[in-house]
Design a protein around this ligand. Structure first.
Ligand SMILES: [Zn+2]
Length: 358
């Protein structure tokens, strides 16, 4: 006995963004945020009766993008993609290496946010928006990130139109993208865009269960009393993003009390995790949330190559059930998860808990 199959939004455009590698201490290693991640989830949900698979239906409204992100950053991401091949070729020409290039290279910024702005008054250097080296931009990157954000929009529209829950299979992920910075494989903050679109329902909570702290989402809503951001993640003293995600970060100004961080140690197991999730759920009820966005990462899994928690597959079903039992209109946004061969099974396990009765 199950509830209605889950409205699930997917776009093949994610594969247009496919960097060859990322920097790791001077070497190039495989780009962990790879298309195969989402293809694995797509394959599994296609085979499961839990999901009602739909393709991208809309393009996200520009006013939402400009409410959540610095409009100049949006322009930057669009134009950098268009200019990427010419810029790379110009740099390689200086080095005498242009003959090494293909027509499908990725632009890696060499100066990161926050920039040191010129203080002489005579210069106005361009602002840098990339906060680390994990967010290269190729000629089709904008199409992929716009599709990803549009899936978040489609899922929220489905909930605004009466669905109890919906799932956006987003790639690239979004929760490390802030108001005016991108980083950690994230360009546009899909969860923040979803929350903003749900604001017409009233107070919105964002529950971030990715292994990494959602620093971008926290940045966007840090002073906002109407959006609760609550995150369970690996202690940033040892894991990305390092600079935020500590328990004493609780919001600022009118937003004091609407940011809650639960940093967890390496080795966190199923029961410890569920106890913390239970605390988070109590906080969401206490806040009086009328809609929920879940930043859903599977890099908390024991076999994830990027994470050091020890969650087993079965716990995802329990998580899904606990979250759905809050009985809130809920949009699930795919974030991280890098155990490619098992991602599909993890997604099915989680949504069995969400969709199953009980
Ligand atoms: Zn993550």
């Amino acid at each position: 006995m199950t509830k209605t199959p889950l409205h699930t939004f997917y776009s093949p455009h994610h594969a247009l963004h496919n960097p060859r590698g990322e920097f790791l201490h001077g070497r190039i290693v495989p780009y962990y945020e790879m298309p195969q991640r989402i293809e694995a989830i797509h394959h599994a949900i296609t085979a499961s009766p839990l999901f009602d698979l739909k393709y991208q239906e809309s393009i996200i409204a520009p006013h939402l993008l400009h409410t959540i992100h610095d409009p100049d950053m949006i322009t930057y991401l669009m134009t950098l993609g268009e200019q990427s091949q010419a810029r790379i070729r110009a740099d390689y020409t200086v080095y005498g290496l242009a003959d090494q290039l293909t027509d499908d290279e990725y632009y890696y910024e060499s100066i990161f946010h926050p920039p040191a702005h010129g203080k002489s008054g005579l210069h106005n250097p361009p602002k840098a928006y990339l906060s680390d080296s994990t967010c290269p931009i190729g000629k089709n990157t904008w199409r992929a990130i716009l599709a990803s954000a549009s899936l978040a929009y489609d899922a929220t529209q489905a909930v605004l139109n009466g669905e109890k829950r919906a799932y956006a299979v987003c790639r690239p992920p979004g929760h490390h993208a802030g108001r005016d910075f991108v980083g950690g494989y994230c360009y546009l903050n899909n969860a923040a865009l979803a929350a903003e679109n749900l604001r017409s329902r009233g107070k919105v909570a964002i529950l971030d269960v990715d292994y990494h702290h959602g620093n971008g989402t926290q940045d966007i809503f840090y002073d906002n009393p109407d959006v609760l951001f609550i995150s369970i993640h690996s202690d940033p003293i040892i894991d990305y993003p390092h600079t935020t995600g500590y328990a004493d970060e609780i919001g600022v100004g009118a937003g004091v009390g609407t940011t809650i961080n639960y940093p967890m140690p390496h080795g966190t197991d199923d029961e410890t995790y569920l106890e913390t999730l239970n605390r988070a759920i109590h906080a969401i009820h206490a806040f009086g949330a009328e809609a929920l966005v879940v930043s859903l990462g599977f890099d908390t899994y024991i076999n994830d190559p990027m994470g050091a928690f020890k969650l087993t597959k079965g716990v995802y079903t329990r998580m899904g059930r606990m979250i759905d039992n809050m009985n809130l209109p809920t949009v699930y946004i795919q974030e991280g998860g890098y155990a490619v061969d098992e991602l599909g099974a993890l997604a099915v396990a989680f949504f069995e808990g969400v969709v199953a009765d009980g």
